[in-house]
Ligand binder design. Structure first.
Ligand code: GRF
Length: 216
């Protein structure tokens, strides 16, 4: 028990909340897992905006259900990738975003975007990187015949799924597995490690040294 001496100033330490911006193109189950982790108080952060390149992305609907601001930006209105990304970055800056989370975002970011948010953009990939980067990771995995796969949360650099890795989780690939069943198994793990990686970032516990990410 703390005995307060009269006249002592009580300082209640407020948690520093990190402003998060999410980019998503599709169904948004990872977004949902992140929102739920925030609602449960596991992440010291707040999603300030969810942006999409698809007007009817399910991810936008999920965000709206939680009264999170959303924005659709039509790619064809811009002359190239960099101009498109400049528009996104403009919004992210207006919202004072400190961490950009790619959650099933199907566009490659321009070097401009990546340099603007260096070491502040995360992605999740449904394979154990550096194996099977790029599109159709589950198909590549099943066809190659590996016995173990999984998912990787990594920082985004200018290559394809090549940035420093934050967390990985392995799953077994069984003889019965198809592309679809493997995707489902991996997705369950994605929903665990993505919120966890974001949590670590928000707590200031990720230290990048070269390619390695250390957890303090
Ligand atoms: C996930 O498989 C993720 O690994 C990949 O895109 C998919 C997004 O799924 N980057 P969802 O939209 O979060 O459901």
């Amino acid at each position: 028990m703390t005995t307060l001496v009269p006249g002592t100033k009580v300082v209640i330490k407020e948690k520093m909340m990190i402003n998060i911006g999410v980019l998503a193109s599709g169904r948004g189950t990872n977004l949902q897992a992140i929102i739920e982790a925030i609602e449960d108080g596991k992440i010291e952060g707040e999603i300030k905006i969810v942006m999409s390149d698809h007007p009817d992305a399910c991810a936008l609907k999920r965000a709206q259900q939680y009264h999170i601001a959303t924005q659709y930006i039509h790619f064809k209105e811009f002359k190239n990738r960099e101009d498109y990304d400049k528009e996104i970055v403009k919004t992210l800056k207006e919202k004072k975003i400190e961490l950009v989370v790619l959650a099933g975002y199907m566009r490659i970011l321009s070097p401009y975007f990546i340099r603007t948010y260096k070491n502040k953009i995360m992605n999740i990939h449904p394979a154990l990187l550096p194996s099977f980067p790029g599109l159709h990771a589950h198909k590549q995995t099943v066809e190659y015949g590996v016995k173990v796969s999984g998912c990787t949360v990594h920082f985004v650099d200018e290559g394809i799924d090549s940035g420093p890795m934050i967390l990985q989780k392995a799953v077994e690939v069984s003889d019965e597995d198809t592309e679809e069943s493997l995707a489902e198994k991996i997705l369950q793990e994605e929903h665990q490690i993505y919120p966890r990686a974001i949590q670590l970032f928000c707590e200031g516990r990720l230290v990048i040294k070269g390619r390695r990410v250390f957890i303090k």
